[in-house]
Design a protein around this ligand. Structure first.
Ligand code: ATP
Ligand code: MG
Length: 437
C-alpha cells in the first residue's frame, strides 16, 4: 500500500522553519499594534458567493483557482483564496464600520495553482485593512507601515515599491474599450493567455509575463490618460506624501491587480531575489466593495503579504539564519532508579527558575555512554549527570559538551552540590539568562 502524502502544493512547515515564521508574526503583530490596528480572526471557509461577488467572476481566482465544495446541506462553500472578502463580510456583519476601523489578520489561504518556489496551493497571508477613510493619507499610512516592516525585518535593500492608480470604474471601462480595440489589431501576436483574456479581463494583459505581449503593449494606450480627475489628483497627492516621507517608489503604469474590487491606488512591493514569484506584498484601495457586499458605502484600502515569500526572502538575504538553533541548552542524563528520581525532581525545579533555558531530560533509559551520545547530538552546552555516586554524595556532575577541556583536566567536569546547581547554570549561561532585578 502506498503511503499517504500531503496534498500537492500544501506544505508542512517544520521545526527548523517555524522560528522564522514566529519571528515574522511577532514583528508584524507588534508593528501593527503600534499603528493602532486590531487583530481579527476569520473563518477559513465562507460561502462561495462571497468570493464570486467580491473578487469577480472572470478573475483567475474565481475561474480556476478556488477550492469549492458542497457541504452536507448542498450549500456551496469555498476555502478562502484571500482574506479581504471575509474581512469585509465580518466588518459588515459585526457592525464594525461606524467610523474609521483598522484591522489585520493572518492565516492560510487556498488557491489551486501550479505549485513552484514561492507559490503553493495552501499559503499564508498577513492582511491589513483600513475602513472608513477616503483620503490618500490612509493609503500613505499603509505603505509607510509596510516600509517600516521591511526595515525591521532587514529587507529594505531587497524590495522595491511600485505604485499606480487604476482610477474609477467608469475610467477603467473607457480605458478597457480603447485597450481592447488596440489589442484586437495585434491579436495573433499575443500569447495564448492574453488572447483568452482579451474579452474576459483585458486589463490583466497589462501584467502579462510574455515579452512578446509586453512589446505589443509598448504601443498601447496608457491607463494614466484615461484617469478621472479625482483619481489623478489623489495619485499625485499620494506620490507627494511618499516623497515627503522620504520613501523611494517607482510608478509602474502597467501595475493592475488580479482582483476586480480595486480602484484608484494600487501598489506592490517586489523583489528580484525570488525568481518569478517576486511580489511579496500587494494591495490597494477598494472603495466600492463594502457597498457591493451589502454594507453601507464605506471607502477602504488594504494589502496582503505572502508569508512564504517573506520567509524565503529573509533566508535569501541572510536576515535570518537557516541553521536553526540547537535543540537544547542543557541535557540531563541519569542511570539507576534512585538517580532517575533525583534527576526528575531536580530538573523540574530548574524549570521553575530557569525558563530561558531549553532543558531536555533524557527519556527511554540506556547506559551513560548512549545517553551522553544523545546529549552531544542535542547541541546542548552542558550535560547534567546523575548516577549512584551522585545520589550518595548529593551532588550533580556538570559536564561541558562544547568548550575544549584543558589538557590533563578531566574534560572540565564539575561536581556540584545539589543545592548549587541552579547558581552554577546561571553562571554558565549568564549570556543567555535574563538578569533578575
Ligand atoms: P501572483 O501575481 O504572484 O499570483 P496575486 O496577485 O495573485 O499574486 P494577491 O492575491 O494580491 O496575489 O496576494 C497577495 C500576496 O500573497 C502576493 O503578493 C503573494 O506574496 C502572496 N501569494 C498570492 N498567491 C500565492 C500563492 N499561491 N503562494 C504563495 N504566496 C502567494
Ligand atoms: Mg495569483
Amino acid at each position: 500500500m502506498s503511503n499517504i502524502r500531503a496534498v500537492r502544493g500544501m506544505n508542512d512547515i517544520l521545526p527548523d522553519e517555524t522560528p522564522h515564521w514566529r519571528y515574522l508574526e511577532r514583528t508584524v503583530s507588534r508593528l501593527l499594534a503600534s499603528y493602532g490596528y486590531g487583530e481579527i480572526r476569520l473563518p477559513v471557509v465562507e460561502q462561495t458567493d462571497l468570493f464570486k461577488r467580491s473578487i469577480g467572476e472572470v478573475t483567475d481566482i474565481v475561474e480556476k483557482e478556488m477550492y469549492s465544495f458542497d457541504d452536507r446541506n448542498g450549500e456551496s462553500l469555498t476555502l478562502r483564496p484571500e482574506g479581504t472578502a471575509g474581512c469585509v463580510r465580518a466588518a459588515i456583519q459585526q457592525g464594525l464600520l461606524g467610523g474609521p476601523q483598522r484591522l489585520w489578520y493572518a492565516g492560510p489561504m487556498f488557491r489551486y495553482e501550479r505549485p513552484q518556489k514561492g507559490r503553493q496551493r495552501q499559503f499564508h497571508q498577513i492582511g491589513v485593512e483600513a475602513f472608513g477613510v477616503a483620503s490618500v493619507d490612509m493609503d500613505a499610512e499603509l505603505i509607510l507601515l509596510s516600509a517600516r516592516l521591511w526595515r525591521q525585518l532587514g529587507l529594505v535593500d531587497a524590495v522595491q515599491l511600485q505604485v499606480n492608480s487604476i482610477g474609477s470604474s467608469s475610467a477603467r471601462r473607457a480605458y478597457r474599450s480603447a485597450l481592447v480595440a488596440y489589442l484586437e489589431s495585434h491579436r495573433d501576436a499575443l500569447d495564448e493567455d492574453s488572447q483568452r483574456r482579451l474579452h474576459s479581463n483585458p486589463l490583466r494583459i497589462l501584467d502579462s509575463k510574455s515579452p512578446q505581449t509586453q512589446a505589443i503593449l509598448d504601443g498601447a494606450p496608457a491607463l494614466a490618460d484615461y484617469l478621472d480627475d479625482e483619481a489623478r489628483s489623489d495619485f499625485s497627492r499620494l506620490c507627494d506624501l511618499l516623497q515627503a516621507a522620504g520613501l523611494p517608489y517607482v510608478v509602474n503604469p502597467r501595475l493592475v491587480r488580479g482582483l476586480d474590487y480595486y480602484n484608484k491606488t494600487v501598489f506592490e512591493w517586489v523583489t528580484d531575489r525570488l525568481g518569478a514569484q517576486g511580489t511579496v506584498c500587494a494591495g490597494g484601495r477598494y472603495d466600492n466593495l463594502v457597498e457591493q457586499l451589502g454594507g453601507k458605502a464605506t471607502p477602504a484600502v488594504g494589502f496582503a503579504m505572502g508569508m512564504e515569500r517573506l520567509v524565503l526572502l529573509m533566508l535569501e538575504t541572510g536576515a535570518v539564519e537557516s541553521a536553526g538553533q540547537s535543540a537544547a541548552d542543557v541535557y540531563a542524563v541519569a542511570v539507576g532508579d534512585a538517580a532517575h528520581r533525583e534527576a526528575l525532581a531536580a530538573v523540574e525545579s530548574l524549570r521553575d527558575h530557569l525558563d530561558d533555558l531549553v532543558i531536555v531530560q533524557h527519556t527511554g533509559g540506556g547506559s551513560f555512554k548512549s545517553q551522553l551520545k544523545k546529549a552531544d547530538k542535542s547541541g546542548a552546552r552542558v550535560a547534567l549527570i546523575w548516577g549512584e555516586d551522585e545520589v550518595r554524595a548529593q551532588t550533580v556532575t556538570v559536564k561541558p559538551l562544547r568548550e575544549a577541556a584543558e589538557p590533563g583536566e578531566k574534560s572540565g567536569q564539575l561536581s556540584v552540590p545539589r543545592e548549587q546547581l541552579e547558581a552554577t547554570l546561571r553562571t554558565v549561561f549568564a549570556d543567555q539568562i535574563r538578569q533578575e532585578e
